[in-house]
Structures are given as structure tokens and as C-alpha cells.
Ligand binder design. Sequence first.
Ligand SMILES: *[C@@H]1O[C@H](CO)[C@@H](O)[C@H](O)[C@H]1NC(C)=O
Length: 486
Amino acid sequence: MAHFSLSLCIFFTVLSLTSSFTITTPSHTTILNISSSLHQARQILSFKPQQAFQQTLTQKQTPTSRSSSFFSLQLHTRETLFNAQHPDYKTLVLSRLARDSARVNSLETKLQLALNSVKRSELYPTQTEIRPEDLSTPVSSGTSQGSGEYFSRVGVGQPAKPFFMVLDTGSDVNWLQCKPCSDCYQQTDPVFDPTSSSSYYPLTCDAQQCQDLEMSACRNGRCLYQVAYGDGSFTVGEYVTETVSFGGSGSVNRVAMGCGHDNEGLFIGAAGLLGLGGGPLSLTSQIKAASFSYCLVDRDSGKSSTLEFNSPRPGDSVTAPLLKNQKVNTFYYVELTGFSVGGDIVSIPPETFAVDQSGVGGVIVDSGTAITRLRTQAYNAVRDAFKRMTQNLRPADGVALFDTCYDLSSLQSVRVPTVSFHFAGDKTWALPAKNYLIPVDSAGTYCFAFAPTTSSLSIIGNVQQQGTRVSFDLANSVVGFSPNKC
Ligand SMILES: *[C@@H]1O[C@H](CO)[C@@H](O)[C@H](O)[C@H]1NC(C)=O
């Protein structure tokens, strides 16, 4: 407590000396609870994944009284399912950050391919030029790390078999590993066997779903698919329809998905992926969801939350217009107008976050990216504002992609300037301190959890979304952020 009062006192002194405005109202600052976040960081290292695994296998879904199109799935963090037993918290953080860089590269590659059709046809032949044998050629070697940060258990087939699937708002094509495997990575569930399902239907090459694929080929009249994630990971196999079951909340027949016989790269642990993007082949589009929402629990909390389809948006949500990029329909763009730090609007040219006619620029909300990426100029402005207002804190060396870190090891808690996103329509989403000051070791080093990108695409990552229910109201083109609705 003594530390706390002292730092508070220094903070306001520094603030009034260095800022042209004197901000002392409490909403302009927020408290970071250091003892509680370090406690979580230590706990997650010894978390026993098997516990969550067992729970989710036996979990009873409560029947819902809402309309039959309402579906709900439990949402789990990577650490609670496939904890890789890291020797210390810093190793865990560094592996998360390496995974995150691969993720961002993959989104940027996807965007580049969509924006630059010349480049795309060089990298991947167009649909008619692909031969079946081309589809099984690795684009490049996948990395050995598991990817995907949030997972749900869904049933596939008839009778339904349960699988852990990565949930991904940054892609559309659903797929899972399938027998017979020419190459399957390690997964926790037995690999799906089409011969044991009565609802497995291969799609023909002239099916609309097959036509909608970015990369497909035809063999004996049957549709083959390939998805390459731009980071070396890929999946290749037969494109089929199957029944997908959402725990006890219902099932949907004839969902198009890939039955992957050759799968490599980033998805170790999960059986496959559910695409929640905005394109026609995503799960969201196929079940014609008017909305979906998820809540991403703090990744160190060991807790789970839910992914819901067609549930109402919480009344207290901060809303942002949901925008479309004409060149790529997968990503969810929002109309971000700027930032404030400690109550001061950060000076950033308004066009920095706009998506232009050619599809360049813009800001997407992504479930799979951890650290928010901002165009360098915007990042620098936000970071400089934050640094200016935290001169009371002891600086520490940068870690990985973080250039602004602090040694908070001697403190129990500390008051820091509030960082807020501003959206069109004068909406302000104020983040809790733990969503932008994150521990990078268990000793008390914290870093400012934003990063610059030289790409034109800015990304709102899941560290910033933690503890917030994010609702994608597709029918009304609005994204809602509701704090403390997990
Ligand atoms: C920090 O969190 C701990 C445990 O969650 C709690 O007991 C304590 O009161 C919190 N401190 C502050 C300053 O909020």
C-alpha cells in the first residue's frame, strides 16, 4: 500500500509537470493490479490441461430457451488445453509472441494476395490450372509451434464425434484432419474417420461451395481444396459437407468443410479449424448467423467462456461501425478514429486508419492475433503519449516486439494512464490496465502491449479484447465491445 500511494503521488506530480493539460480525474487513470497478474502468471505454468479436457468432455450444456438458431460453445484458451509445460513464464510469453508474429505475417500475406492479383496468380495458379498433385505440394515448411489461441469443442459427423477446433475470425474455410492421413500433425482427439459417419458427403466440382474456394482442384468429379496460411502451414484434402454439432445447443447439417489428408504446420493440438470470417464459406456465413459473439478470458486465468451465434448484443456495449473491404471479404474492419491516453486525444492523422478504394489500410478485429498492431506512425504517437505519462515508473529493456517496458517488481499495484480506442460516432472503449500492460516474466517486468507494423493493415488483437464480449452484429454492421461480460 505504501508503494501504491507513493507511486500515485509521483505519478500526479510528473503528470502535472510534463503534460500541458493537468488530468487528475480518476477515469483518466486506471489501476494495474500487479500482485494479482503475477499470481496468475505463476499459476498458469502449473495448470494441468487434462483437467479442462476432462471437464469439457463431460460437460452438460444447459438447454436454452432462445430460438433454435441460437448456438453456444464453450471457448477455451490454448494454455488450458495444450499447455506445453514451459520452464518459466518468460519462455511461455516468448513462444506466444513468436506465434503471434507468424499469425500477423499470415494475415498480411492473405491480404496481399487479395489485393494483388498478379502476384497471386504467380504464387498460386488459378483454379483451372491446379492439378490434384499440385495441391499436395507444401508451400514451405511449417513451423513446429502450435497455433490458434482459442478453441471450442464441436461435434462432427453422424453420430457426432467431439473435436477441439481453432476458432479463427481471420479465415473462412472450415476443415479438420481426416483419415486416411498422408500427413497429419499431432492432435489430442482421435483423427476423424469419414467411414464412421453417415452424414459425410463429398462435394462435386460444380457445387457452389467448391467454386467459392480460392484454391481447388477436381479429381474424378470430386472437389479438392487447399488452404495455405501464408506462414508455411497448410491443409489439403477433399471438400465435403458434414453435420456440425454445437454441444447441447443444436446441430447444422451439410456444412461445407475440408477433410484434410495432408496437414502441416501451425495447428498442433487442435483437430482442425472453424472459420468465422466474413466470406461465404465460413461457418458464420453457412449457418446464416445474424450475429456472433465471443468473450476471450484472460489467457492466464485458466477459465473458459463462450462463443455464441445469434445472441443479442449486450446493451452496454461500446459500438463501432463494421466496414467491408471490397477486395477481401474475410476480415472484420471497424471504423477506428483514434486513441486517447490518460484522457488526452493522441494526435494521429485521421486517414491513418481508413481503408481506401484499392483495399489498402484499415483496422480489423481479430481473435487470433494477440498484440494490437498499429501503423508505425500511430503506434509511435500512442507509445510516446504513454511514456510521457509514465515517467514515474522504472523503465526496463525491451522484450521481443515490445519497446516500452517497466520494472514493476517492487510494486503491488500502480495507477497508470488509461488507454482508449475511439470509434466513429464518438464512442470510447477504455481498456483495463491489464489489457495493455502485460507481464513478460514472473519477476515483475511489464511491457506496453501494442506494436508497430509497416503493413498498411492495423489489427486489434486479443490481448486488448481480454475480458470483453466482442459482438459481431452482421445484420446491422456493428461491432460491440462489452467489458466484463465473459
Ligand atoms: C489485487 O488483486 C488481489 C487478488 O485478486 C486483491 O486481493 C487485491 O485487493 C487487489 N488490489 C487492488 C489494489 O485492487
